[in-house]
Ligand binder design. Structure first.
Ligand SMILES: NC(=O)c1ccc[n+]([C@@H]2O[C@H](COP(=O)([O-])OP(=O)(O)OC[C@H]3O[C@@H](n4cnc5c(N)ncnc54)[C@H](O)[C@@H]3O)[C@@H](O)[C@H]2O)c1
Length: 250
C-alpha cells in the first residue's frame, strides 16, 4: 500500500484507462477523486474504488469549463485534503467526420487542443501551488503513441499529445526543485470504449502492427501510472513511458 494516506485526482475516469487507474491507485492505498463529463460512469468508478476500501469523490463537469474546473478542485480539497497525485488523463480523438486537416475547421482544432492539452494545464494549475508549499507531488499526463507516430486524421490530436510531452518536460524542470515529478504515459491502441466506435478492420490492422500481437488493456496503462505515482519513482521526472506493445520500435 505504497500510496496509503495520499490523495489522487484522475480526470476522464468514467471508463477505460482512467477507471483502471483509479482502481489501481486505490489498490495502492490512495483515496481518489474522479472527474468526468459522464456522471453515471464516475459514480460507477467510485463504487469500484470504494470496493477496494478507499474513499472516492466523483465530480461530474466539463473540463473545458474553467469555472466548473476550479470549483471541482476546491470541492476535492475540502472533502479529501491535499492532492498529492494528479493524473491528467481525459482526452480523445473521436469525431463523426471531417478527420482530415484540410476538411476540419478551426473550431474542431481548438476543441481537440483544449481537451487533450489545455485542460491538463488548467488542472495542474489547481494543484501545483499546494504541492510547491509541501515540496511533494506527482503529475502524470496521458499522452499517446500518436505523439510519436502521427497518423492521417490525427493532426489536432497528435499535436496536442506531442504538446503534452513538451509540457511534461518543461514543467518537470520548473518543479524539480520542489521535489514534484512530472511524467507521461503514452498508450498504444488500448481496449476502451473508444474502440467500440472504430471500424473492426481498423482494429484488426492495428493489432497486426503491434509486435506483441494484442491490444493493450487499460490495466497495462495503470501499471505504468502506478509506477510514476509510487515512492519508487521519486528520482524519475520529465520522462515518458510508451505502453504500446512495441509498435513504436524502429
Ligand atoms: N484507448 C486508446 O487506444 C488510447 C490510445 C492512446 C491514448 N489514449 C488516451 O487515453 C486517455 C483515456 O482514454 P480512453 O481510451 O480510456 O477513453 P475513454 O473514452 O474511456 O475515456 C476518456 C474519458 O474522458 C472523458 N471526457 C471527454 N471529454 C471530457 C470533458 N470535456 N470533460 C470531462 N471529461 C471528458 C470522457 O467522458 C471519458 O470518460 C485519453 O487521453 C486518450 O487520448 C487512449
Amino acid at each position: 500500500m505504497s500510496l496509503e494516506g495520499k490523495v489522487a485526482v484522475i480526470t476522464g475516469a468514467a471508463s477505460g484507462i482512467g477507471r483502471a487507474c483509479a482502481i489501481r491507485l486505490a489498490q495502492d492505498g490512495a483515496d481518489i477523486a474522479v472527474m468526468d463529463l459522464n456522471e453515471d460512469g464516475i459514480k460507477e468508478t467510485a463504487r469500484m474504488v470504494e470496493a477496494e476500501g478507499r474513499k472516492c469523490v466523483p465530480v461530474a463537469f466539463d473540463l473545458l469549463d474553467r469555472t466548473a474546473l476550479t470549483s471541482a478542485f476546491d470541492q476535492v480539497k475540502r472533502e479529501l485534503g491535499f492532492i498529492e497525485i494528479l493524473h491528467n488523463n481525459a482526452g480523445g480523438s473521436l469525431r463523426k467526420d471531417n478527420r482530415s486537416f484540410t476538411k476540419a475547421d478551426a473550431e474542431q482544432w481548438d476543441y481537440f487542443i483544449a481537451l487533450n492539452l489545455t485542460a491538463a494545464a488548467d488542472c495542474t494549475r489547481e494543484v501545483v501551488g499546494d504541492m510547491k508549499e509541501r515540496r511533494t507531488g506527482r503529475i502524470i499526463n496521458t499522452s499517446s503513441e500518436r505523439a510519436f507516430i502521427g497518423g492521417p486524421g490525427f493532426t489536432d490530436y497528435s499535436a496536442a499529445k506531442s504538446g503534452l510531452l513538451g509540457f511534461t518536460k518543461s514543467l518537470a524542470l520548473e518543479l524539480a526543485r520542489y521535489q514534484i515529478t512530472v511524467n507521461a504515459v503514452c498508450p498504444g491502441i488500448t481496449r476502451t470504449p473508444i474502440l467500440d466506435q472504430m471500424p473492426k478492420e481498423h482494429i484488426q490492422k492495428s493489432i497486426e502492427s503491434v509486435p506483441l500481437q494484442r491490444i493493450g488493456e487499460p490495466e497495462d496503462i495503470a501499471h505504468a501510472v502506478s509506477f510514476f505515482a509510487s515512492p519508487g519513482a521519486a528520482y524519475v521526472t520529465g520522462e515518458h513511458l510508451l505502453v504500446a506493445g512495441g509498435r513504436t520500435i524502429h
